[in-house]
Design a protein around this ligand. Structure first.
Ligand code: SAM
Ligand code: 2KA
Ligand code: SF4
Ligand code: MG
Length: 239
């Protein structure tokens, strides 16, 4: 019997709200458990051990059935997120899904590498800036890149100037990867809150500041994007 996947939630179809494939319809499979604990994590219900009892152990087949129920059998992009999906056994799910016409994107911080990264259609590496309180293992991040997903991109959350310098350092180390900058959202909801308010003005301010910084530095290969789902629905879960 293959190992079960710990699943916090499966939701959609919605649009991918962030980064390289922003706007693309997708179903999210959010796994439970993370080796990090970022100070500003917006998905603590999939990180904090306090919520472990809500993370259902599921087979790959049952995850795919749940996705197919939501998409009414139409194959689409499945986005694996978390928590850190890299700590879950996801190779079989990707094989099964791709055989049925699904494509797979994954969001991970680059702290753990698996051989099945090579099967992904889109790997989003989101190493964590200083404001998160986490450290970057540069060697591990580089191993995630060479694992060879069809497309690999970087996405860095930026709250302040120190984070901005960190993002520049990441870009310097990985000059061949497209890099997306995303303003941080300061108001993560309490995990049990299904419809939390969000500080849109603060996000707008940081977005404008981020554009100014990119232009000032003539960093013309950077791409600056807000979290579209947060602009539309705030910190609501399941969108
Ligand atoms: C919740 S994480 C889950 C996947 C993985 N653990 C990671 O961090 O990449 C998904 C994305 O949301 C971003 N994110 C988390 N909290 C955020 C916040 N408060 N503001 C902006 N982006 C945030 C992360 O940086 C990551 O790119
Ligand atoms: N619409 C939407 N787009 C997203 N992109 C990354 C998300 C995540 O939490 O991983 C996310 C999310 O939760 N919802
Ligand atoms: S790595 Fe991702 S899921 Fe884990 S705590 Fe940080 S933002 Fe949250
Ligand atoms: Mg999110």
């Amino acid at each position: 019997m293959s190992e079960k996947i710990r699943v916090s939630e499966i939701f959609g179809p919605t649009i991918q709200g962030e980064g390289a494939v922003i706007g693309v319809p997708t179903v999210f499979v959010r796994t439970g458990g993370c080796d990090f604990r970022c100070s500003w994590c917006d998905s603590l219900h999939a990180v904090d051990q306090e919520y472990r009892h809500t993370w259902a152990p599921m087979t790959s087949q049952s995850v795919l059935e749940a996705v197919a129920d939501l998409s009414e059998g139409e194959p689409l992009m499945i986005t694996l997120s978390g928590g850190n999906p890299a700590i879950q056994p996801l190779g079989e799910l990707i094989n099964l899904g791709q055989a049925q016409g699904y494509t797979f994107g994954m969001e991970t911080q680059g702290s753990v590498v698996k051989d099945w990264f090579a099967k992904l259609d889109m790997l989003v590496l989101s190493p964590k800036p200083p404001s998160s309180g986490m450290e970057t293992d540069w060697k591990m991040l580089a191993r995630c890149v060479v694992q060879g997903a069809a497309q690999t991109v970087l996405k860095i959350v930026v709250f302040d100037d120190v984070d901005f310098s960190y993002a520049q350092e990441v870009a310097k180390r990985f000059p061949d990867l497209p890099i997306y900058l995303q303003p941080g959202n300061h108001t993560p909801p309490p995990p049990e809150d299904d419809d939390a308010e969000v500080d849109i003005e603060g996000i707008d301010d940081r977005m404008r500041w981020l554009v100014d910084r990119v232009v000032e530095k003539k960093w013309y290969s950077a791409r600056v994007l807000p979290q579209l789902h947060v602009m539309l629905w705030g910190n609501k879960r399941g969108v």
